[in-house]
Every structure is written in structure tokens, then in C-alpha cells.
Write a protein that binds this ligand. Structure first.
Ligand code: GLN
Length: 483
């Protein structure tokens, strides 16, 4: 069950297993472990096995691609035809998508069956998966701990090998932070590389889909499926297709790693700091050099994000009005009352908090003071990275300031929760690619992630940098006990 995507593809290509058999094995694992982990919102054995049978038929007809028949789980933010698509919300609890997101249609075209829809924070707002209408996800390494968020279900499912790989989305850290907290590899691509069509919108100028899997080599294969131009997303970038696995084998000699002064100050837990330093030492052994760089506006990234992301969310979520689809209050007096009751019951507390903040910062008289100011600082933050990349090829640091915290530990204090993304958010504001790879364990035996940030479109290089580390270390192959 600890097989890589390459190994699973080989099993299928050599006829040693069928897609139906592979899917049955994973579905059995889901059946056994999901009641405890709650990583999946929807599992549909028949639908999955029908997709697997299609993949086997394609292979029998000689029309299989490299990954045809290898199953994958999708974050429940991606609309998938015929599957419930809830976005972790009561508002969409009964919504069955009539169409496929671009990412879903890409995986279908590759012949990869869907193992189910993974749990997530409501509308991707959260860092612990505790805002889900469908209940929290448990971290497979320690059931008392959160798996991170918002792609917490995807991360837990991959960490427990309930699926070989999964999709996630990252608006402020939602692929990287849960990847770090569960000991897996996750990549948030450059903004615009993966289409947002059919990916339920949270903050459109920041949202980006990406792969989550045990290793960087797996993520490279998934990127080859997910990435690419799509005219249905107006911010999708029209670029020549690339092979994200092309540089995996390159040696790292001469690689310049930038270490931002602002990442290595106070705030990072001592056990996290120790693991990051050990990872950097490994990189030096592999031939890389480290240079100090600076991101002087880093400390403004969380406050700027919590103006811009809620502003965009308040606009995006205005569509959930009980009229067209989704939840509608059972009883109401008139139209206005229907809107009010629907939105009061359909949204959870965190989503309401964001809608109120967003509406406030966009309102007359505050727009200039908050929204416009935040946009200006966003530009400065992006500029900081441009300067930093003059001195280095990639930037490294922690993904999260601590290991996974306990369930319930931060629910009463939103600001503490928001600070768990302190190292990831600037990357989204700048539109840059970022990834997290496992690099050790904390004092509490919970996983730690190393963050790798690249320049625009440097995904292939970042995957190479991650892969070479994974060839030299074994963190990404470790499994939680009992799984
Ligand atoms: N934790 C951040 C938030 O709550 C980021 C979430 C995300 O990337 N979707 O907004």
C-alpha cells in the first residue's frame, strides 16, 4: 500500500493488477479506517468501480496512458459530475454536480478513477479542518491532532494511504500546511497554471489547485495531468505544455537556497527549527549552498490576506441565496426572510465571520482605507520575492510554525488559527509556486514540513529539488503506526 504512482502504473502495465482490484483494495482501506479518520465526505463504491472497469477496458483496447487505472481522491471543492460536491458546507450538502471541473475532466481523460470526495474546511476557510459541516478530520499520526486545513481530508487520506494521491487547493496554505502536518508532499503551483473552472471559489485571485501525494515524483506526474490552459478560466495561462518530471534526476550541485531572515526569527517552535536546519544540512551535503535573503514585508502578509481573501469571499459567496441550488430554509415569510434564514442556517461561524469582514472592508468609506491599502501591500510583498530571487534559485523555510496542534486547541481564537499560515500566505499573495515536503518529526512525534518556494513557473525545478532530497532521505516513506 506504500506504492508510488510509478509502481502502481507498472503493476497495471504489466497486467499484475487491474484497476478494479486496485480500487477495491483502496476502498477496503477506506472502509476500515475512514470511520476513525473522517477523511472522506463521500465514498461511492459502485461509481468508483465503474470508473475502474472503464479504465481496464481502455487498457484492454490498447488506449491506456501511463496513469490509466491508477485511482485518486478529489477534494470536495472540485465539481465532479454525478458526485455530491459539498465544499464542506451545509449550504451544498445536497448538491450533486451536473458538470466536471477542468481538473476532474483532466483526470478522467487520463483514466484515473475517483476514490471519493475528501473532507475539508467549509468553503476552504480554515487551517485545521474543524470548520467542516461534516465534522473534523483526525490526523493519522495522532488522533488527538488536527490534520491541518483546509485540504485536511486529502492530506489525512494520503498520509494513511487510503488513496495513492489526492487533489487539493491552496488559497493561503491549504495544500502545504496540511501536507506538513501529516507528513506528505504537496505542491501549490504558480497562480494560473491549474484551471479554476469548476473549483468552488473562495478568493479567486489566490485560489489554486494542486497535487498531494507521498512524494515529489508522484506530484510531478499529477501535475502533468492537472496543469494546462483552459479557456473557461479567465486567469488560466496560455503556455506550452511541460513535462514536470523532466528535471527530477538533475543533481543539486550549485543550487542556491535563499533563507529569508524573517522566516528564521521567533515564532518557529524549537523542534521545527531543528528539523529545518537538519534538512538544510542535507541539502548542503547534496551540493547546494545557502544564502540569506530578506522579505521585509512578510509580517504584513497575514493582515493583508485577511482583508483581501474575505473581500473576495464575500462577493463569491453571495451566490448562495437559496434560490438556484443548495440549501434553502424550510420556512420563511417572504423573499428577504428566505435569504436571511437560508444564509444563517446554511453557513457556519467561520464563513459568516469572513463574509462580514469582507463586506465591511469593501463598504463605502472603508474601501480606500482597507481594501486599496491591502492591494498596495500585496504588490510590495510580491516585489520582495522578485528581489530575493535575484540571489537564489529557491527559497526554503518551515511550512508551519509548529507541528499539528490538538483538536479544539485554536477554535476559540481565530487569530491564533490564522497565524498557522504565517509562512505560506505570502506565496499566494505573490502568485508564486510553493511546496511542502516531510523532513522529520517534532518532540510530540508529529510530522514537520519543509517549505520550498520557487520563482514563477519553477515547478519542475522545485520538484527536482524535492525529489533529490527524497532520494537521500526516507521521511516521505514513513507510515503512521497501525496503518
Ligand atoms: N487557512 C487559510 C484560511 O483559512 C487558508 C485556507 C486556504 O488556503 N484555502 O483562509
Amino acid at each position: 500500500m506504500n506504492a508510488s504512482l510509478e509502481q502502481l502504473a507498472d503493476l497495471l502495465a504489466q497486467g499484475k493488477a487491474s484497476s478494479v482490484e486496485l480500487c477495491q483494495d483502496y476502498l477496503d482501506r477506506i472502509e476500515r479506517h475512514n470511520p476513525r479518520l473522517n477523511a472522506f465526505i463521500t465514498v461511492d463504491r459502485e461509481r468508483t468501480l465503474a470508473e475502474a472497469a472503464d479504465a481496464d477496458a481502455r487498457r484492454a483496447a490498447g488506449q491506456a496512458g501511463r496513469l490509466t487505472g491508477v485511482p485518486i481522491a478529489h477534494k470536495d471543492i472540485f465539481c465532479a459530475e454525478g458526485w455530491p460536491t459539498t465544499c464542506g458546507s451545509r449550504m451544498l450538502a445536497n448538491f450533486v454536480s451536473p458538470y466536471d471541473a477542468h481538473v476532474i475532466s483532466q483526470f478522467k481523460a487520463a483514466g484515473m478513477p475517483c476514490l471519493g470526495k475528501t473532507n475539508m474546511d467549509e468553503f476552504a476557510m480554515g487551517s485545521s479542518n474543524e470548520t467542516s459541516w461534516f465534522g473534523p478530520v483526525k490526523n493519522p499520526w495522532d488522533a488527538r491532532a488536527v490534520p491541518g486545513g483546509s485540504s485536511g481530508g486529502a492530506a489525512a487520506a494520503v498520509a494513511a494511504r487510503l488513496c495513492p494521491a489526492a487533489t487539493g487547493t491552496d488559497t493561503g496554505g491549504s495544500i502545504r500546511q496540511p501536507a506538513a502536518l501529516t507528513g506528505i508532499t504537496g505542491l501549490k503551483p504558480t497562480y494560473g497554471v491549474v484551471s479554476r473552472y469548476g473549483m468552488i471559489a473562495f478568493a479567486s485571485s489566490l485560489d489554486q489547485g494542486g497535487p498531494m501525494a507521498p512524494s515529489a515524483a508522484d506530484c510531478a506526474l499529477l501535475m502533468n495531468v492537472m496543469a494546462g490552459f483552459d479557456a473557461r478560466d479567465s486567469t488560466s495561462l496560455e503556455r506550452a505544455p511541460e513535462d514536470y518530471a523532466r528535471d527530477l534526476a538533475q543533481p543539486l550541485k550549485g543550487l542556491r537556497i535563499g533563507l529569508p531572515r524573517e522566516f528564521f526569527g521567533e515564532g518557529m517552535a524549537p523542534d521545527v527549527a531543528q528539523a529545518i536546519q537538519a534538512a538544510l544540512a542535507e541539502y548542503r551535503r547534496l551540493g547546494a549552498e545557502t544564502v540569506e535573503v530578506s522579505l521585509p514585508n512578510m509580517d504584513l502578509s497575514v493582515p493583508v490576506y485577511y482583508v483581501l481573501a474575505p473581500a473576495e469571499a464575500s462577493s463569491n459567496l453571495s451566490r448562495y441565496d437559496g434560490v438556484r441550488y443548495g440549501y434553502r430554509a424550510a420556512e420563511y415569510r417572504d423573499l428577504l426572510d428566505m435569504y436571511e434564514k437560508t444564509r444563517a442556517d446554511g453557513f457556519g461561524a467561520e464563513v459568516k465571520r469572513r463574509i462580514m469582514i469582507g463586506t465591511y472592508v469593501l463598504s463605502h468609506g472603508y474601501y480606500d482605507a482597507y481594501y486599496i491599502q491591502a492591494q498596495k501591500i500585496r504588490r510590495l510583498i510580491a516585489q520582495d520575492f522578485v528581489e530575493a530571487f535575484k540571489a537564489c534559485d529557491v527559497i526554503m523555510g518551515p511550512t508551519a510554525p509548529t507541528t499539528a496542534f490538538d483538536l479544539g486547541a485554536k477554535v476559540a481564537d481565530p487569530v491564533q488559527m490564522y497565524l498557522s499560515d504565517i509562512y505560506t500566505i505570502a506565496v499566494n499573495l505573490a502568485g508564486l509556486p510553493g511546496m511542502s515536503i516531510p523532513c522529520g518529526f517534532g518532540a510530540d512525534s508529529r510530522p514537520i514540513g519543509l517549505q520550498i518556494i520557487g520563482d514563477y513557473f519553477a515547478e519542475a525545478r522545485m520538484l527536482n529539488v524535492a525529489h533529490q532530497y527524497q532520494l537521500a532521505t526516507g521521511w516521505h516513506t514513513m507510515l503512521p503506526e497501525g496503518l
